[in-house]
Design a protein around this ligand. Sequence first.
Ligand SMILES: Cc1ncc(COP(=O)(O)O)c(C=O)c1O
Length: 385
Amino acid sequence: MSQNNDAILATIPSPCFVLEEQLLDRNLAIFDRVQKSAPIRVMLALKGFSLFHSFPQIRTTLKGASASSLWEARLAAEEFGTEVHVYSPAYRAEDLPEILPYASHLTFNSIGQWEQFRQQIAAHTPNKPSVGLRINPQYSPVKTALYNPCQPSTRLGVSAAHLGDTLPEGIDGFLSHNLCESDSFALEKTIANIEKLFGKFLPQLKWLNFGGGHLMTRKDYDVNHAIEVLNAFHHRHPHIQLLMEPGSAIAWETGFLIGKVLDLIPTDNLVNVMLDVSFTAHMPDCLEMPYKPAIRGAHEPEAGDTIYRMGGSSCLAGDFLGDYAFERELAIGDRIIFEDMMHYTMVKTSTFNGVVHPAIGRIDKDGKFALWREFAYEDYRNRLG
Ligand SMILES: Cc1ncc(COP(=O)(O)O)c(C=O)c1O
């Protein structure tokens, strides 16, 4: 995260999501190195980050976008414009005719859905998508059930036991998504499990997509190890095109959410800081995962510190997070900067309670702020009728 100066911050409205283009470039450089050092094509998972104004910058490096619905597929085709890899847990029959012209790759979550739609795909000429199946590699390092696709009786992906002895005709590839903010050793274990459980099918595959969850842009990620692991797999199965579709890792630490202190409400042991941003409406992963985001200039409270609890702008009783301490006492009107708020925020926001939706903008490579979007009453109203 960069430390923007006060003059730039003063030009940003409140509240506002702010992408820092220089930081996005830094992440893209890592994926550029990976793609040049290992035989893998990297796609952007729109479910994690779909701020399409930044797609021209991202597509200088990434090879395409992955989508999990008709609307994401359309956004990928119209705004990203290269390969579109579509996977949905369950396709709606009425969506498929619209998805087909967008999809270069189409992955099914079950054999049943593949059988349901195979005739329709066969009839789609001239550009039939390459068809894949999501598999369950029966390994995930993710401890939080909400984010563990391989939990017992999972609804996501076909397990080896259910696949039988032969791959259904027409299947070109596999998608394995089982990681979340994971390291290269988790990728290595995933590959070991795929080879162990699905090894007999590998000779028939044209491509294998390792999904998302590869946090290659986190400082402690061993990129060289991942490159070794991918090259070793390629050496064993040179006919398989390797793919991955990270979301978080692309937008990791590339921007912030800036808000403002509206009120300060002291209680016996702490001060409630009433903000113009909401955890439930604007940063839902903080409550769902849960995790405590870093706030610029704040630290863990120590003995003697004034304890501040960050209160969201909705009426939800649990719309708060804490506790934090600051170098100096907070005052009404102070700006509060939540770090690393680009991934799984803007794609998940709501206008619950009619709370103001943060504007969206960027700090460009010259250090100047520009707005992309502000929201108005009509955005709230028009979702409902
Ligand atoms: C199928 C699939 N691919 C890719 C991703 C992106 O994962 P991440 O943002 O953790 O990299 C997800 C996230 O849920 C997913 O479900």
